[in-house]
Write a protein that binds this ligand. Structure first.
Ligand code: COA
Length: 391
């Protein structure tokens, strides 16, 4: 049986962040509401020189070598912050990374579920073409608006997953359960650059979808909670996944409950310091788990719950591969977090309000203040101008 799964996993977040306790003070909210009630400490803030394309390209840059660039014949870009209604963000990334031209490049959208759809598509592609590799990207900038109840759950960042046969990090098991239902819990009409959310409904539906796919998964596979070393969740904010985990913890012994709770904590460390990155959030959580947990053995089964408002949910699983730790970038991510620069609330508000021209005016952006290798350098004739500083 051909093993297919995650061979490499990259991550990038912009170099600016906002401290949630400072946001709380400015919004006259008890800081505990954000840090405990919602479970977020820092929110990544994207400067105007970073968009969904550049965040994803920077995440991919971290993991790809020349052999990968040659072998990748499919780029699947999951996002709900796309920069163009026609041209896929995948084509820009394909060029910025110098990938083999004999490749497909597309964009997929279903709120925070997009990257999961991409991974499942990639799996099918590798099954048919075992020598190829697929680059799946999940990249978003979460924007609800200043002074909104969703504001505390914003964020920005991207993940890049290299999907291949005989993967180094995790094989993806075949059985999964997915569910779709038309719900208006969160949406963003094409004329708005901010999401609309019915926060309470989205929380309820997240829980309802989790319950449906988990129960169905157990019925279909005969698996139970004790078969899992950890369960990673889509994390719009870190408290959300915990609420879902709590509903099933009682199905396990005390040991199982302890293990899953401890690993849940590890799986939220990065997200707690980045915020919601929409379609990449589940995979940032997986990365956090693998890089932060000290005794997560190879062979462990990890459950993954993906949820994209609107809504589609899926529960699927993976098995950690021998020596998977050697294929992670723990030090690089520690440096990424340590080198970030804090912005004040007024600075964050100014960055939030800054927009690109929509009337064809040319603009040149200052990319010298953005340490990222790949940046948006401006817009000319309604065309975004991207720069890879390494070229
Ligand atoms: N100390 C500790 N906890 C506190 C607190 C304090 N001083 N004040 C409030 N809290 C807790 C609340 O009890 C609540 O916990 P609970 O959810 O376990 O009941 C939590 O903090 C949030 O408070 P709430 O009043 O529900 O927040 P809100 O209505 O202002 O906003 C969201 C919360 C998630 C609805 C809002 O941020 C949102 O709309 N986000 C975008 C949509 C989203 O992320 N949906 C998730 C599913 S995809």
């Amino acid at each position: 049986m051909l093993k297919i799964g995650i061979d490499k996993l990259g991550f990038y977040a912009p170099h600016l962040y906002l401290d949630m306790t400072k946001l709380a003070a400015s919004r006259n909210v008890d800081p505990d509401k954000y840090t405990i009630g919602i479970g977020q400490d820092k929110m990544a803030v994207a400067p105007i020189t970073q968009d969904a394309v550049t965040l994803a390209a920077n995440a991919a840059l971290e993991i790809l070598d020349d052999r990968d660039k040659e072998a990748i014949d499919f780029v699947i870009f999951g996002t709900e912050t796309g920069v163009d209604s026609s041209k896929s963000a995948g084509v820009y990334v394909h060029e910025l990374l110098g990938l083999n031209p004999y490749a497909r490049a597309i964009e997929v959208k279903q709120a925070c579920y997009g990257a999961t759809a991409g991974i499942q598509m990639a799996k099918g592609h590798i099954a048919m073409n075992p020598d190829s590799k697929v680059l799946v990207l999940g990249s978003d900038i979460a924007r609800y608006g200043l002074n909104t109840s969703g504001e505390a759950t914003q964020g920005a960042g991207a993940v890049a997953l290299l999907i291949s046969a005989d993967p180094s990090i995790m094989t993806l098991e075949d059985q999964s359960v997915y569910f779709t239902s038309d719900i208006m819990d969160f949406w963003r009409p094409v004329y708005s650059d901010k999401a609309f959310a019915d926060g309470k409904l989205s929380n309820e539906q997240y829980m309802a979808f989790f319950s449906k796919v988990w129960e169905q998964y157990k019925a279909k596979t005969g698996m139970e909670l004790s078969d899992f070393a950890a369960i990673c969740y889509h994390l719009p904010y870190t408290k959300m996944g915990y609420k879902a985990l709590k509903t099933i913890l009682g199905e396990g012994s005390e040991d199982v409950q302890e293990r899953l709770s401890a690993n849940y904590k590890m799986s939220t460390t990065y997200n707690r310091n980045v915020g919601n990155i929409y379609t990449g959030s589940l995979y940032l959580s997986l990365l956090s788990l693998m890089e932060q947990a000290e005794d997560l053995a190879a062979g462990s089964r990890i459950g993954m719950f993906s949820y994209g408002s609107g809504a589609v949910g899926e529960f699927f699983t993976g098995i950690l591969q021998p020596n998977y730790q050697q294929h992670l970038h723990v030090d690089q991510h520690a440096r990424l977090f340590a080198s970030r620069i804090e912005v004040t609330v007024p600075e964050y508000e100014a960055i939030f309000e800054e927009t690109l021209p929509t009337d064809g005016t040319t603009i040149e952006l200052d990319i010298d203040h953005d340490p990222a290798n790949i940046c948006l350098a401006g817009v000319t004739d309604d065309k975004r101008q991207y720069v890879n500083k390494l070229n």
